[in-house]
Design a protein. Structure first.
Ligand SMILES: C[S@@+](CC[C@H](N)C(=O)[O-])C[C@H]1O[C@@H](n2cnc3c(N)ncnc32)[C@H](O)[C@@H]1O
Length: 305
């Protein structure tokens, strides 16, 4: 499973968290009927994927698992990626780097070991706490900050920035614009941003679908027994939604929404250019593999000018 970001800052249609009385099954029914309908574009859920304390535990395990591509890419890929990034922005010429959505520090710790002056920003308190402890035990000096990159106000500080594992494309158009403004402001003139997104090939065979499963004890999205009703919705303009409706034994109903959109080269170029950034090069991924028409992901290297 690839886990993507639901941010807490979407500015549309926030559904209230509904704790339905165990006896009022009619309300549970109504709510489930409502969640079975296709939601308004970029409607947020009641639980935020990257901030929920229970989900954070499973998410941290997923980041740290060396061989899977769930929350972070597998560690062999990350090693290759960091090697490529360090040739693109050599430490002597571009020592100051910021990682937007650094998670528990998969890239930041490797970059710090190569001598970069690293800042890591992430909204997940659990990930940042892990990253800080890991830095102390490895004697690495990394500036970790538990904050939203949508609120970041840094100005002219960094030679380059990364935003890795298709985090850009989970945001609404307004949030993407805010993020690009924040990144641009944070970079020095001539500074680079390296980031990735999925292409339409990542989602191509997927159709709209609904399915469900039961957890008897605890699951990824909730502690304790619960049901999970899963829906995959498709929208215009290559936007996708994975929705998880969780019903627990107290009849509490929560919804987690994970939005994503895919990009072609032309569409992404248009977006970064309207934010005043310049495309320098593009690749198939953040390890610098050549892009081809069937690539499932796309990595852009863009410049502040
Ligand atoms: C798919 S993970 C990728 C983590 C890391 N870049 C990697 O590849 O190992 C997305 C990360 O973005 C973080 N994130 C999501 N929304 C954020 C926001 N608004 N501000 C800062 N971090 C955010 C999540 O907490 C998570 O650690």
């Amino acid at each position: 499973m690839i886990i993507k970001t639901a941010t807490s800052n979407a500015n549309v249609n926030v559904n209230a968290n509904v704790n339905v009385n165990a006896n009022s099954n009619a309300s549970v029914f109504k709510l489930l009927m409502q969640y079975a309908q296709k939601p308004e574009l970029y409607a947020t859920g009641t639980i935020q994927l990257w901030e929920d304390p229970h989900i954070a535990k499973g998410m941290l395990e997923a980041h740290l698992a060396p061989d899977n591509d769930a929350a972070s890419r597998n560690h062999q890929f990350i090693d290759r990626s960091v090697k490529w990034l360090s040739t693109l922005s050599p430490v002597e010429a571009a020592p100051k780097v910021i990682d937007f959505g650094c998670g528990p520090g998969m890239y930041t710790s490797r970059l710090a070991k190569l001598g970069y002056e690293v800042t890591g920003v992430d909204i997940s308190e659990n990930s940042i706490n892990y990253a800080k402890e890991d830095a102390v035990s490895n004697n690495l000096h990394i500036n970790y900050r538990n904050e939203s990159y949508l609120e970041l106000k840094d100005e002219g500080l960094y030679d380059w920035a990364i935003l890795i594992y298709c985090d850009y494309s989970v945001l609404s158009p307004e949030q993407r614009q805010t993020l690009l403004e924040n990144i641009k402001r944070a970079l020095k003139p001539g500074g680079k941003l390296i980031f990735d997104v999925f292409t339409p090939y990542q989602y191509e065979p997927l159709k709209e679908s609904h399915s469900w499963y039961a957890e008897n004890a605890s699951g990824f999205y909730k502690d304790g027994p619960h049901l999970c009703l899963f829906s995959h919705f498709l929208y215009e303009d290559d936007v996708y939604l994975d929705q998880y409706v969780i019903i627990d034994e107290m009849d509490q109903v929560d919804v987690i929404r994970v939005w994503d959109r895919s990009f072609t080269v032309a569409r992404l170029q248009q977006e970064i250019e309207s934010a005043g950034l310049k495309l320098s090069a593009y690749y198939s991924n953040v390890a610098g593999d050549l892009y081809n028409e069937a690539s499932k992901s796309l990595c852009f290297v863009v410049e502040k000018w």
